[in-house]
Design a protein around this ligand. Structure first.
Ligand SMILES: CC(C)(COP(=O)(O)OP(=O)(O)OC[C@H]1O[C@@H](n2cnc3c(N)ncnc32)[C@H](O)[C@@H]1OP(=O)(O)O)[C@@H](O)C(=O)NCCC(=O)NCCS
Length: 153
């Protein structure tokens, strides 16, 4: 459990934050991005929102804006900080700042009930599926993605 004096802050991240993001990315996802992919993403215009607790990274949101649509590429919360509204706070802060945005979209694994519940809680709707979207697992099975959208305007 975390102390009452713990200070949670949100800030924009940049390439100097890649090492911390990479470590959290590795801890959270089975298929993680390399440092180079994270670096290239940030250099090519992806946005990074960080959530820190007393200066230590506890969650991040990586997104890409194209015209008036934002795609959430990744959202990750450290396992011992889940169910404390960090993902909600990041997404809400992000939505409040995105004044010229018409819609936010994302893909999530069909089996990822926590993320689907979290996005539904934030007002996202499940609008479609992408069959066999993800890379094959050890058994050669490719999981479907659920496409979720939230209209902002
Ligand atoms: C999915 C994830 C980002 C949610 O982050 P979080 O900070 O724990 O989510 P929040 O605390 O903001 O949850 C908001 C609401 O979402 C729902 N929710 C979140 N996690 C849930 C879970 N494990 N089971 C059921 N509902 C859940 C609940 O309604 C919750 O509200 P409540 O706690 O008041 O009931 C986090 O579990 C995570 O990092 N998972 C691994 C990475 C991942 O799957 N990322 C998404 C795909 S890119």
């Amino acid at each position: 459990m975390h102390g009452i004096d713990e200070q949670i802050t949100l800030r924009t991240g940049n390439t100097e934050d890649i090492e911390a993001v990479y470590k959290l990315n590795r801890a959270v996802f089975s298929e993680c991005w390399s440092r180079t992919s994270l670096y290239s993403a940030l250099e090519s215009g992806y946005d990074l929102l960080l959530c820190e607790s007393n200066g230590t990274l506890t969650a991040y949101l990586l997104s890409l804006t194209i015209l008036d649509e934002v795609q959430i590429m990744q959202i990750a919360v450290s396992s011992d900080y889940r169910r404390q509204r960090l993902a909600s706070r990041m997404t809400e802060s992000f939505m409040n700042a995105a004044t010229d945005i018409a819609a936010i979209t994302l893909e999530v694994r069909l089996s990822n009930n926590a993320a689907r519940a979290c996005y539904a809680h934030l007002g996202f709707e499940e609008v479609g599926y992408r069959k066999s979207y993800y890379a094959p697992d050890a058994s050669g099975n490719r999981e479907d993605a659920v496409l979720m959208t939230k209209n902002v305007k």
